[in-house]
Write a protein of this length. Structure first.
Length: 274
C-alpha cells in the first residue's frame, strides 16, 4: 500500500468541518421548513450521501492521490477471513437479542418484528451494507479512525469518533417525525460511543476494511430495529445502551493487547492481517 502522509489535527478539523457542514445544511432545511422559515427542504437521505462525495474530496485535499487511494482500497477490502464476516453479522444480532430479552425481563414491552418485520430487517441489512459502507463508515472508520490511531491508542480514538459520530446526528432531534425525537440524546451518544469501540475493534481486526465495518453497522441497525428495543420505552433503550457498553468494555479487557494498538505507526502498519 502506498504511504499516506498524515497530519492528524489539520486533517481531522478539515474532515469534521466538511462532513458536519454538508449534512447539517441538508437537515437544517427540514428544521427551517418545520418552523415555517423555509418553503422546502432537501431530502434527508442526502445528508448521508453527501459523505460519499465530501469524504473523498477531503482525503484528496488533505493527503493527495495516495490518501484517496488508501480510502478507496479500504472500501473494497473484502479479502478477510470468513470468520470475520460471520462475527460482523452475528455479534450485533446477539447484542440486540440480549438487549430485548433483558428489557422484557425488566418490564418493558418488547415485540420482535413490531417495528420492522424479519423480512424487512433482512432487506434493510442488505441495503444497509451498501448505504453504510459508502457513507458513514467511509467517513468514521475509513477516514477519521486511522488518522486518530496514527497518534493515539485505538480505544481513545474510537471513543472520540463515537462522540463526534453521535453529535453529528443532533439536528435529527429537531426534525418532526424522526425516530430520534423520542430518544434520549445523551443515551444515544453513549450508544454510539459503545458501538464505535465495537466497530473500531472489528475494523482493526479486518485489515481496516470499511466494507466489513459497513456489514457490522448494517447488521446492528437491522437487528436493533427488528428487536424493537430502541422503540419500546426509555428503560429498554438504556438496557440496550448498557448491553453494548458492557460488550465494548469486555472486548477491551479480553483483547486489550490487540484492541489498544499503539499509534504513531505508518498507515500500512496500523492494521493486522486478521
Amino acid at each position: 500500500m502506498a504511504s499516506t502522509r498524515i497530519h492528524p489535527v489539520r486533517d481531522l478539523i478539515t474532515f469534521y468541518v466538511v462532513v458536519y457542514a454538508l449534512s447539517w445544511i441538508v437537515w437544517g432545511t427540514a428544521i427551517l421548513q418545520d418552523r415555517d422559515a423555509l418553503s422546502f427542504h432537501i431530502p434527508g437521505a442526502l445528508a448521508f450521501w453527501s459523505l460519499t462525495i465530501g469524504v473523498p474530496l477531503v482525503a484528496l485535499a488533505t493527503g493527495g492521490v495516495s490518501a484517496l487511494a488508501d480510502l478507496a482500497s479500504r472500501v473494497v477490502r473484502w479479502r478477510v477471513s470468513v470468520q470475520w464476516y460471520l462475527i460482523g453479522i452475528a455479534f450485533p444480532i446477539v447484542l440486540a437479542m440480549v438487549s430485548s430479552a433483558l428489557a422484557a425481563a425488566f418490564g418493558s414491552t418488547i415485540e420482535l418484528g413490531g417495528t420492522l418485520s424479519l423480512g424487512s430487517a433482512v432487506g434493510y441489512f442488505i441495503f444497509g451494507i451498501f448505504l453504510f459502507t459508502l457513507t458513514e463508515e467511509t467517513a468514521w472508520r475509513g477516514y477519521a479512525l486511522p488518522r486518530l490511531q496514527h497518534s493515539m491508542d485505538a480505544l481513545p480514538a474510537s471513543v472520540i469518533v463515537g462522540v463526534l459520530w453521535g453529535l453529528w446526528h443532533l439536528p435529527l432531534w429537531f426534525i418532526a417525525d424522526t425516530d430520534q425525537t423520542s430518544w434520549n440524546f445523551f443515551a444515544f451518544v453513549v450508544l454510539t460511543i459503545a458501538e464505535s469501540v465495537l466497530i473500531g475493534w472489528f475494523f482493526n481486526h479486518t485489515r481496516g476494511s470499511v466494507l466489513l465495518a459497513g456489514i457490522f453497522h448494517a447488521a446492528s441497525d437491522a437487528a436493533l430495529a427488528y428487536s424493537g428495543v430502541l422503540y419500546s420505552d426509555a428503560r429498554a433503550f438504556w438496557v440496550a445502551v448498557l448491553v453494548f457498553a458492557v460488550a465494548a468494555v469486555t472486548l477491551v479487557v479480553v483483547d486489550g493487547s490487540k484492541a489498544l494498538r499503539r499509534g504513531g505507526l505508518p498507515p500500512e502498519a496500523i492494521y493486522p492481517t486478521g
